[in-house]
Design a protein around this ligand. Structure first.
Ligand code: FES
Ligand SMILES: [Fe+2]
Length: 406
């Protein structure tokens, strides 16, 4: 049970809020890149989602807010309204949505070689938020130099665009295996707009009990393997987050996943029914849109072994969107029905919620670190090889794929 005050402290994402400032110390994926030429999927979810009073589906809103197509695109991240675009040289930019002149939306802006110009009076901004031109001002005016628009750094990695929205020097963009390895097939998956606060979706990642119950019925692709056996779960704090081990000894299944700060869940991803003995890794990332909406991105990576990939039987694909569709819909219903921002003063936590309690404790510690001017857990700076791939498969494993992985 959490007081209303602690609940707010943990959930709110806007600038100046405790969790909002903590989240702003990390890079977040904000959209599937238009330059990605690999496999990308959009999770089909027909559940109705209202965003800004307009109704759509989780899938359609996810596509509108999280699939960049190159033209200036309106996005909202961490409660801030922004425009995502590429300048004429192809460099991606993320700047404030409303023009600092008189507020026109820059989603209607025109792309020029050096940036984006506002459709109203032509003020031209580069990807760093500098104003380069004011066509109607006298030629000798130094007013453009005095206007600096909000702008955030962007990077491209693994088919996604990543943004850093802190005000300090960005840390290293961590090259986690699923996003950065190149010796295999990567799929980038957009799981749409979920009409709930980010923390509810993240708490689901350290709630291993739900897998047997919620996914135990129709469509539970691991039911054949897991049966009704409740997992024996151990949650441990790790360097970057929480390792959750969920073993089912009667069924001979050992499994562990890694929750990586701030919102990533790195999973071993056995193939449907455990039929193919080949490693497959996935990661889900929850990017807060605002307090009540979250975009969910995922990537899945299948490595080559001895230079080759598995032969896939009919109906099995490299992405996981199809194979976990029912899982995701079950998670969606369970999480969305807690309410847009779950009131944790009403909950009654049990022993199986130890992982949820640990996650909240680590986030609260991270918020405290940021308030004290320290980097929170999982922020990487001054690391020896910033370009090296960070292998998480030693922590996130599943005995169903262990043999092939050795
Ligand atoms: S409102 Fe953008 S240039 Fe005037
Ligand atoms: Fe689930």
């Amino acid at each position: 049970m959490l007081s209303a005050e602690r609940n707010e402290r943990l959930t709110r994402v806007g600038p100046g809020t405790p969790a909002g400032e903590w989240l702003r110390r990390y890079w977040h994926p904000i959209a599937v890149s238009d330059r990605w030429e690999g496999i990308s999927t959009l999770w089909q979810c027909s559940r109705t989602v209202s965003f800004e009073g307009e109704r759509g589906t989780a899938e359609s809103w996810g596509e509108r807010l999280g699939n960049f197509e190159g033209a200036p695109m309106r996005v909202r991240i961490l409660g801030e309204d922004l425009v995502l675009f590429r300048d004429g040289a192809g460099r991606p930019g993320l700047i404030g949505l409303h023009c600092p002149h008189r507020g026109t939306s820059l989603e209607h802006g025109r792309i020029e070689e050096r940036g984006i110009s506002c459709c109203y009076h032509g003020w031209l901004f580069d990807i760093e938020g500098r104003c380069l031109e004011m066509p109607a001002e006298p030629a000798h005016s130094n007013f453009p130099e005095k206007v600096r628009h909000t702008a955030y750094p962007l990077r491209e990695m693994g088919g996604l665009l990543w943004a850093y929205m802190g005000r300090d020097e960005p840390p290293v963009l961590p090259r986690f295996d699923v996003f950065a390895r190149t010796d295999g097939v990567r799929t980038v998956e957009n799981y749409g707009l979920w009409p709930v606060n980010w923390l509810q979706i993240c708490e689901n990642s350290v709630d291993q009990v739900h897998t047997t119950i919620l996914h135990g019925g129709a469509g539970g692709e691991r039911r054949d393997i897991w049966g009704d056996e409740m997992p024996r779960i151990v949650w441990e704090e790790e360097t970057l987050g929480i390792k959750s081990s969920a073993d089912r000894p009667e069924r001979g299944n050992r499994r562990a996943s890694y929750y990586v700060m701030p919102t990533m869940h790195r999973l071993p991803q056995p193939w449907p029914g455990g039929r193919i003995r080949w490693p497959r890794f996935s990661a889900n990332w929850r990017t807060p849109v605002d307090d009540r909406n979250t975009l969910v991105f995922a990537a899945c990576f299948t490595p080559e072994i001895d230079g080759r990939l598995p032969d896939l039987p009919d109906g099995v694909t490299f992405d996981v969107t199809n194979s976990i569709r029912v899982h995701r819909e079950q998670d969606f219903v369970a999480i969305a029905s807690q309410g847009p921002v779950f009131d944790r003063a009403t909950e009654r936590l049990a022993t199986s919620d130890e992982g949820v309690i640990l996650l909240r404790r680590l986030i609260e510690r991270g918020i405290g670190d940021v308030e004290a001017g320290r980097d929170p857990k999982g922020v990487l700076r001054d690391i020896e090889e910033p370009d090296a791939v960070i292998d998480l498969s030693r922590i996130a494993y599943d005995s169903l794929v262990e043999i092939a992985a050795e």
